[in-house]
Structure formats: structure tokens, C-alpha cells
Design a binder for this molecule. Structure first.
Ligand code: ADP
Length: 471
């Protein structure tokens, strides 16, 4: 089985969120099962400088796009095809926006090319010696791949899977782009790529893919209704027979407290002394009072409305009143950054906010904190709550999506519902009460650390899905 996973992010080279982690960890797990999985990514600087053994595979001229090269490189043994097109990808800034956070105005063309090349590598006209049987598109950025395959001429092109990592990003562009990127103009209709008057790349993927997956079973149910469907609920409930929720895993080598290269003190479930020492190290690093008997809460997050951190700000006073401390690592919306900075400024030694992206600090926070706050309004899967449990840090989560599927209330963490300060405060009180009962805390930590969040099980489910598609 030859599978091409088309994605716009790849840990550790280009990452803005969980998509990057999945794009590396899932192919690794599938290759261990013997599947020939290869990745396709845009040729950003970080990709071209980060991959090993890069070779040139083909030069292609696709109508509507600048001349493009296909390269093949390796990410520690993982084969990665690169869509090299300097005018579109070699820029400073993030994969989607410039240094000031403004979306690139040509994102439509940039990611149409990703989908176009993915489809080409799954067609009989593949310009390289390898041809995919299945093209697996991820999020809106690769969403045109299933549409291109649907309209491909020639014999039996690859079948396609569209995975939703986050339905809140439909990837909307002007209708005029449909023809410009080589799709038939008549597909701009509600039975096609049209979405509330715009050309949506995600809609293209969801409409034309042979199968749809999302990243947790609960989210797969939720998105078929208006509360979480982001306007796609009609399409998704209509296609529910081809929609599956497969839980993400975490990279259990990278996120292992017994071997973690970022930690000053390693530990495991049998000996938690190292965890206590990491707590002191974290408190020192974040400028918090070094106090072992203060419950320490961590937040690591993109600072966006989705993550519900406004609710966390509102209950911060309650945490402090109960003797807690809060360590925050994140970047994103300026209004949230300002709010978090303001709270930290007024509570020195008790709340510390670190704005930016810091992989090493994220590891230390997972290891050193007692609790992890994740009040997401919606959460397709979420990775941090799984990483936390692996490190004996009990997550306190809003009961939605993947958070329901991965956190057992009162056993490995705490869930609250509905999304209100009252119910959140109640869950925080339960957590803090547990903190002051050492035996109960130890029991929950042991249960959390025993959970298996590796990719092994999910990779088997993906393998079965692929196999069923090829009949
Ligand atoms: P999402 O993909 O919605 O951002 P996930 O929980 O699925 O949320 O994945 C987030 C990933 O990004 C995790 O690996 C998390 O540790 C990491 N992360 C988020 N923000 C930061 C940050 N500021 N510094 C370091 N890592 C971060």
C-alpha cells in the first residue's frame, strides 16, 4: 500500500500546532506496520534546510502555477517529498502569515499547489517513479487534493482521505480562484466547493474525498450538529457513512518523562521525586515562588478564542485565593496576551506568563506542574492533555471532543461542563482538594501515567481504513 500524506506542517521543522505532530508521528507508526507512507510538504526554508539527503526528482509546469520542482528528502528515515517553488514558499514568517501575523495574500495559490502536486503523485501521470494508491489530505491546506483527483483524467487515480484536524478553518478564497488553479468552474456550487459564497478548500476535501476522518470519535459526532459543525454539519451528517473519528496519539519517545532530554530531572511512575525537583526548577525558571505545597497549574496553548483561556483568566483569582500558582506559555491573539500579561504583572511570584513558542519549556511545564488547564470551547482531539497525563500532571478540561475521549473524570483528570465560571471553579476545587490528599493525588497520577496514548492503536485503525478503501 502506497500512501501520500499531504500536509502543511511537519514536526520538528515547521509547527504551529498539533497538525505538525500528527504529520510526523502517524507516518512513522504506519511505516512500522510495513506501509509505504511518504509525506508531501511545501518547500519552506525550514523544510529545505532541515531535511537530510535531498535529491531532485522532477521539474513540472502546471497551468496557473509557477514552475515547480519535486524534491525528495529524509526526516530521520521518513521519506518526504517537497514541493519546491521559491516564489510561493521561501519567505520569512510563519507558513501562513508574514512577520506581522497578516495572512499571505496568495495563500490560495500556495496551498492549491500543494493539493495539485499531491493529486499528481496519485495519478497515472506521476512525474516520479513512485505513485500513491491513496492520497491522505490534511486540513484545508491540502483540501484541494481530493477535488483534483475527482476530476483527474486517465485511468483509476488514487483514492483520497480528507482528515479534519480543525473544522474552524475552512480555507476560504475568492471564487475566481477555482478556474485559475485548474478546477472546472462548474464545481463552484453548493454540491461542490462553494461555501457561503466563497471557494472553500476544506469544503472541496470534504465533498470530494472518498473517506473523511477526524481526530477523535466524539468530535466526529459533534461536527454533525450545528453547535460544532461550523456550517459543514449538513454535508458531514449527509456523509456520515464515510466519516470516522480516529483518536490521535502522541510521540511517546519524544514525550517520555523517563528519557526526556529537556528535563533537568527524569522520572517515572514508580519514582516521582524527579517530578518534585522539576516543579522547583520550573518555579525558578518562571520566577514563581519555590513552594512545593502550592498547587501549580500550567497552560501551554495557542492563544485563540477556541482555547477558552478567557475563562481561565476569569477563574485565576479563585486559583490564587486557594493558594495556587499558574505558569503560562503561549502566543497568539494580542487581547489574550495582554490579559495574561496583566494578571502576571499584578501577581508576581504567583502567576507567570511567557509569551512565545518554546519546545523545551513546554516539556518542563508538563513535567513540573501539578495540573494542566485546558478549557477549550471545542477540541477536535488535543495533544497537551495526553502529554500531561504521561507526566503525571492531571488535566482539567472542558468536556468536549477529544478531551472527553482521553480524560477520565476523577480517575486521570477532571472534566467540567457546561462552559461557565461556576462549573470550572467547581472542577478546580476538586483538583485542589485532591492536591492536599497525597494518597488520592498519587493514585490519580499513577492512573494517568499508565494510560497508553501511543500511536500504535490508531495506526492500526488507519491501516484498516486504507485497506478497506483499496478493497
Ligand atoms: P492545537 O493543534 O489546536 O494547537 P494541540 O493540543 O492539538 O492544539 O497541539 C498543540 C501542540 O503545540 C502541542 O504539542 C503543544 O505542546 C504545542 N504548543 C502550543 N503552544 C506552544 C508554545 N507556545 N510553546 C511550545 N509548544 C506549544
Amino acid at each position: 500500500m502506497k500512501i501520500l500524506l499531504a500536509t502543511s506542517e511537519l514536526t520538528p521543522l515547521v509547527k504551529t500546532g498539533g497538525l505538525a505532530d500528527v504529520s510526523t508521528a502517524l507516518p512513522r507508526a504506519l511505516r512500522k506496520l510495513g506501509l509505504d507512507v511518504r509525506i508531501l510538504v511545501p518547500g519552506y526554508w525550514a523544510i529545505k534546510t532541515g531535511l537530510q539527503h535531498i535529491t531532485h526528482e522532477a521539474t513540472i509546469d502546471l497551468p496557473g502555477f509557477p514552475r515547480t520542482q519535486i524534491l525528495l528528502g529524509s526526516l530521520d528515515g521518513l521519506p518526504v517529498y517537497v514541493v519546491e517553488c521559491a516564489p510561493l514558499y521561501e519567505r520569512n514568517g510563519s507558513p501562513y502569515a508574514d512577520e506581522h501575523g497578516r495572512d499571505w495574500t496568495d495563500n490560495g495559490l500556495r496551498f492549491a499547489l500543494l493539493g495539485r502536486v499531491a493529486a499528481l503523485l496519485g495519478s497515472n501521470d506521476s512525474p516520479i517513479s513512485w505513485r500513491a494508491d491513496i492520497v491522505h489530505a490534511n486540513d484545508w491546506q491540502a483540501g484541494l487534493a481530493p477535488a483534483y483527483l475527482h476530476f483527474a483524467s486517465g485511468r483509476k487515480p488514487a483514492v483520497s482521505v480528507q482528515t479534519i484536524h480543525n473544522l474552524a478553518y475552512p480555507g476560504k478564497f475568492d471564487a475566481s480562484l477555482v478556474g485559475a488553479v485548474g478546477l472546472p468552474p462548474w464545481c463552484f456550487q453548493s454540491s461542490g466547493v462553494e461555501f457561503y459564497g466563497a471557494f472553500s478548500f476544506l469544503k472541496a476535501g470534504l465533498y470530494y474525498a472518498n473517506r473523511i476522518t477526524t481526530v477523535s470519535p466524539t468530535y466526529a459526532q459533534e461536527i454533525q450538529g450545528p453547535a460544532f459543525g461550523c456550517g459543514f454539519e449538513g454535508l458531514l451528517s449527509g456523509r456520515r457513512s464515510v466519516l470516522t473519528g480516529i483518536l490521535n496519539g502522541i510521540d511517546d519517545q519524544e514525550w517520555n518523562p523517563a528519557t526526556d532530554r529537556f528535563l533537568p530531572h527524569r522520572f517515572d511512575a514508580k519514582s516521582l521525586d524527579g517530578k518534585a525537583r522539576n516543579k522547583a526548577a520550573l518555579q525558578r525558571r518562571m520566577g514563581l515562588e519555590v513552594q512545593s505545597d502550592a498547587p501549580l497549574f500550567a497552560i501551554i496553548s495557542r492563544l485563540t478564542d477556541q482555547k477558552g483561556l478567557d475563562l481561565a483568566c476569569e477563574v485565576m483569582g479563585h486559583i490564587l485565593w486557594r493558594g495556587g500558582q499558574v505558569a503560562i506559555l503561549g502566543s497568539g491573539d494580542p487581547w489574550l496576551q495582554d490579559w495574561l500579561r496583566y494578571i502576571a504583572g499584578h501577581n508576581p511570584g504567583r502567576v507567570s506568563t511567557w509569551l512565545g513558542y518554546d519546545e523545551g519549556l513546554a516539556h518542563l511545564m508538563e513535567a513540573g506542574a501539578d495540573f494542566f488547564l485546558m478549557p477549550s470551547r471545542f477540541e477536535p482531539c488535543g495533544l497537551n492533555q495526553m502529554m500531561s497525563q504521561r507526566y503525571g500532571t492531571l488535566p482539567i478540561v472542558h468536556a468536549v471532543g477529544g478531551l472527553i475521549d482521553t480524560v477520565e473524570d476523577g480517575v486521570t483528570g477532571f472534566r467540567f461542563w457546561p462552559f461557565s465560571t461556576n462549573s470550572y471553579r467547581h472542577a478546580l476545587d476538586r483538583a485542589i482538594d485532591t492536591f492536599y490528599q497525597p494518597q488520592a493525588l498519587a493514585k490519580m497520577r499513577t492512573a494517568a501515567m499508565a494510560r497508553d496514548f501511543s500511536w500504535t492503536k490508531s495506526a492500526l485503525t488507519y491501516r484498516d481504513l486504507y485497506a478497506s478503501m483499496l478493497g
